[in-house]
Design a protein around this ligand. Structure first.
Ligand code: MG
Length: 272
């Protein structure tokens, strides 16, 4: 509605009953509030016009205007009322700022925190290294399977997809598709993070537990955390990598494979 000679001003209908006082502090009259509005900011004008109006008012010695619209009206412009907002708080006194700070800090009505989990296993076969949580570790065996068979990142990918109902890693990267043979699994994690973001989510943390008799994970834990922080965009303190053996029991205990579980938390919507 702003154009040549026309400005716009957000305004709220006056809700209070208005009184005009007499000089002795009593009420002289009750003012009809029909068609009265409280002016808000920002107010819109063509810049050159409102600048010229300010200059003309200054030249005329007028210093009694309380907003831009009043100067525009004085200069002969039309100012149109548009619907204001009760949340558009006016900051005049110190306690107005405190009130605004309190309302901005208010916890949203619902924080949409979602938690996803993921689980993966790959078989150990003769070889010379394994890749776990993005870190290549020399070993006398290797993990067989889809891509680089990084169980930690596959579990994490599933955990991320779970937070937005986006299926599992096999839906997005079918093992039958030759293009993923030998692929670095950070590709899958990055894809899942991008999906989460597209759904309006903000990743809060990622936690991976590797279940393995060998190789030893501890010397590589920090490198794994850094790799996951890099591929997810998370701060390092929000990334956890843990490891446990399977106490020599079962397929992991017999060193037939390595398993991983992962958890991710994501805040969606307004809370994000
Ligand atoms: Mg897998």
């Amino acid at each position: 509605s702003v154009g040549p000679g026309v400005g716009a001003l957000p305004a709220m209908p006056v809700a209070d009953t208005l009184k005009r006082s007499a000089s002795d502090g009593t009420i002289a009259e009750t003012v009809d509030r029909t068609s009265l509005f409280g002016a808000q900011t920002p107010q819109g004008f063509l810049f050159g016009e409102i600048r010229d109006a300010h200059r003309a008012a200054a030249s005329a010695g007028r210093a009694d205007f309380t907003d831009d619209a009043a100067i525009a009206e004085w200069a002969g412009m039309t100012v149109r009322l548009v619907e204001g907002s009760p949340d558009n708080l006016k900051l005049t006194r110190a306690d107005d700022i405190q009130r605004a700070d309190r309302s901005l800090a208010r916890v949203p009505a619902m924080i949409d925190v979602r938690t996803g989990n993921g689980y993966d296993v790959h078989q150990l076969v003769p070889g010379d290294h394994v890749t776990l949580c993005g870190v290549r570790i020399a070993h006398d065996r290797t993990l067989s399977g889809h891509s680089d068979a990084d169980v930690g990142l596959h579990a994490l990918t599933d955990a991320l997809l779970a937070t937005c109902g986006a299926g599992d890693i096999g839906d997005h990267f079918p093992p039958s598709d030759p293009q993923w043979r030998g692929a670095a699994s950070h590709i899958f994690v990055r894809h899942a993070v991008a999906l989460v973001t597209r759904h309006g989510g903000r990743l809060c943390n990622a936690d991976v537990t590797l279940i393995s008799e060998a190789p030893k994970i501890a010397p590589h834990r920090e490198a794994m955390r850094m790799a996951i922080a890099d591929m997810t965009g998370l701060a390092l303190e929000r990334v956890s990598v843990k490891a446990t053996t399977n106490e020599t029991i079962g397929f992991v205990g017999r060193r037939e494979g390595i398993a991983a579980i992962a958890t991710a938390s994501v805040v969606y919507g307004d809370g994000a």
